[in-house]
Design a protein around this ligand. Structure first.
Ligand code: HEM
Ligand SMILES: *[C@@H]1O[C@H](CO)[C@@H](O)[C@H](O)[C@H]1NC(C)=O
Ligand SMILES: *[C@@H]1O[C@H](CO)[C@@H](O)[C@H](O)[C@H]1NC(C)=O
Ligand SMILES: *[C@@H]1O[C@H](CO)[C@@H](O)[C@H](O)[C@H]1NC(C)=O
Ligand SMILES: *[C@@H]1O[C@H](CO)[C@@H](O)[C@H](O)[C@H]1NC(C)=O
Ligand SMILES: *[C@@H]1O[C@H](CO)[C@@H](O)[C@H](O)[C@H]1NC(C)=O
Ligand SMILES: *[C@@H]1O[C@H](CO)[C@@H](O)[C@H](O)[C@H]1NC(C)=O
Length: 482
């Protein structure tokens, strides 16, 4: 196990990725989707795979397993010689191929499309695997959705070991050892369905199991090494070991060495699967450049709004999100955490009155798969319109006894502009037809005010880098959160 602990040590001493500076569209939205798993501000991705066994009732289907299989079939067309194929959502155009049998691919793609277009599919798979107890796979944004079908080349259970090793996995960029790992890292969730694989599974269909699934291991709802443990202890249920030679031939192809390591050490299985699945998800067409790994920001503003109220006063409202991975973070009671904003005015000036507390409440409860998070709200805070606001910092602690820490967004504070004010009241964002009414107040000095009222305003399907962004993010997220 020496090599494993060395690897672990190297991993631990890698410098942490530099956190990005807020705001950073569209990364902010992806970071929220990654970090907020359930409760306040969550998009509902994780809810769709919770518990890990969740699927349409009585069908024998499992959504988390379908997402993972979909990602592999999408990637499996990659050609490392030409750089074509790979993870690009082209699977959506390839569902009528024999190599992509099953309704899982269409179901998965329509779910991903509802959530977001580009970027999101890999993120959903990462969240599903983590939610099933699997590894934390680093998420890099930037996948680009294809607009047409790509090459074919997904391995099928009827093909020979030679074809799997030398043609398919080699083309995809995985050697024979990595092939064994990747298959064992996939065939831990879900199973084989009789309706699609009549020659492999028989007599499995019942009223509660309408598609006749037979699982790969005894814990189909847990991402664990039982696929390997059962392979050796004589209790394997994997239809691709028992009724077909596909998994059996692959698992034994290195004299069982990889599978032995997996069976003997469950933590090694998880960490090795993390590496292999990370490579799988980063296998994109060579024309696509993925961005930096997104990690949860420790302190982040959420749904901020500076606006003129009914009587003409300038007010500021919003939320602050605090994320941490320490024991202290897990034990913290948000109702007892001191959190406050301290801002600078438009000229960069400070004053003891430029501050407001932010407080938590039950409705803001939220969870993260990657740590603990709490939300804090400040409501209708008066801002002197002649002085305005240009940036703020957040001062906070996990309890009343500890000294406050200042979160300053990488040094310069969280920027906040008071030139164009989006008027939430009187504006609406059409979540379904994408038409919106937007009221905004634009000012260069706040003594010359121009009121804009657009109706209807149509959003594209992508995040346009337009000045509209600032006004739309908050309402877009609120709508998605419903
Ligand atoms: C030689 C390579 C492979 C072959 C021949 C193969 C074959 C199969 C077959 C026949 C099924 C049954 C599908 C169904 O009935 O719905 C299946 C399911 C599955 N495969 Fe593979 N597979 C391979 C590699 C992989 C890899 C590399 C992964 C992911 C890393 C993966 C992930 C899955 C998952 C998660 C399921 C369960 C799907 C569900 O329950 O809906 N497979 N595979
Ligand atoms: C998936 O949906 C597409 C588009 O609606 C359709 O052409 C295709 O036949 C569907 N595939 C399957 C396997 O149902
Ligand atoms: C596959 O690559 C890994 C790491 O790069 C290496 O340790 C392993 O020996 C290789 N396997 C084969 C069969 O070449
Ligand atoms: C084999 O391993 C599985 C998974 O750990 C366990 O549940 C089962 O009891 C074991 N069976 C035997 C015969 O040891
Ligand atoms: C690998 O392990 C399986 C399951 O115990 C066994 O049936 C097979 O003979 C082994 N293969 C080799 C090459 O040792
Ligand atoms: C509007 O804001 C002003 C000052 O910013 C405040 O004094 C007033 O109470 C607010 N009015 C309403 C209706 O909230
Ligand atoms: C939304 O806007 C588009 C483009 O202006 C228009 O064609 C469509 O009828 C509008 N839909 C609704 C429900 O107003």
């Amino acid at each position: 196990m020496k090599s494993i602990s060395l690897l672990l040590a190297l991993y631990l001493f890698q410098p942490a990725a530099l956190a990005y500076i807020w705001p950073n569209p569209p990364i902010d939205g992806l970071e929220d989707a990654y970090t907020i798993s359930s409760g306040f501000g969550a998009l509902g991705i994780v809810d769709d795979v919770t518990p890990c066994t969740l699927g349409p009732a009585g069908s024998g289907r499992q959504t988390s397993a379908e997402w993972l299989r979909t990602a592999y079939h999408d990637m499996a067309t990659y050609d490392s010689a030409t750089g074509l194929g790979g993870l690009d959502a082209s699977i959506g155009f390839e569902t009528n191929r024999p190599e992509n049998i099953g309704t899982a691919f269409n179901t998965t793609m329509s779910f991903f499309n509802v959530i977001q277009t580009n970027h999101m599919s890999c993120e959903c798979v990462i969240l599903a695997i983590k939610n099933c107890g699997g590894p934390s796979i680093p998420f890099r944004p930037g996948c680009i959705d294809a607009t047409e079908a790509g090459p074919s080349g997904v391995p099928q259970p009827t093909e020979s070991l030679e074809t799997h090793i030398h043609h398919e996995f080699a083309r995809q960029g995985f050697n024979a050892t990595e092939m064994i790992g990747l298959v064992a890292c996939g065939h831990t969730l879900g199973g084989v369905h009789q309706v699609d694989f009549l020659s492999i599974v028989a007599n499995a269909i019942t009223p509660e199991n309408q598609e006749g699934v037979v699982h790969f291991d005894d814990t189909s709802g847990v991402y664990d090494n039982h696929i390997a443990v059962q392979y050796f202890n004589g209790s394997s249920v994997d239809p691709l070991v028992i009724n077909s030679n596909s998994d059996a031939a692959i698992f034994g192809s290195d004299g069982n060495q990889t599978m032995r390591e997996f069976a003997q050490d469950s933590e090694f299985y998880i960490s090795r699967c993390g590496e292999l699945l990370e490579r799988m998800l980063n296998t994109v067409p060579s024309s696509v450049k993925l961005g930096d790994v997104i990690e949860p920001l420790p302190v982040k503003p959420y749904d901020m709004n500076l606006f003129f109220n009914a009587t003409g006063g300038l007010q500021f409202s919003g939320f602050i999100r605090i994320f941490g991975t320490s024991d202290e973070a897990a034990a913290a009671n948000p109702l007892d955490m001191p959190v406050r904003l301290v801002w600078l005015d438009r000229h960069g000036g400070s004053s003891t009155s430029y501050t407001t507390p932010a407080v938590s409440a039950e409705f803001m409860a939220a969870t993260s798969l990657f740590g603990s998070l709490q939300f804090f709200q400040f409501v209708d805070v008066d801002i002197d319109p002649s002085l305005g606001i240009s940036s703020f910092v957040v001062e906070w602690a996990y309890d009343q006894q500890s000294a406050l820490t200042t979160a300053n967004n990488g040094g310069a504070g969280f920027p906040y502009q008071d030139v164009i004010l989006f008027q939430t009241k009187g504006s609406c964002h059409g979540a379904v037809d994408k038409n919106s009414t937007i009221n905004a107040v634009v000012s260069t000095s706040l003594n010359k005010i121009l009121i804009i009222n657009t109706h209807p305003f149509r959003f594209g399907t992508t995040w346009a880098p337009s000045p509209m962004y600032m006004w739309t993010t908050a309402s877009r997220r609120r709508n998605k959160a419903r």
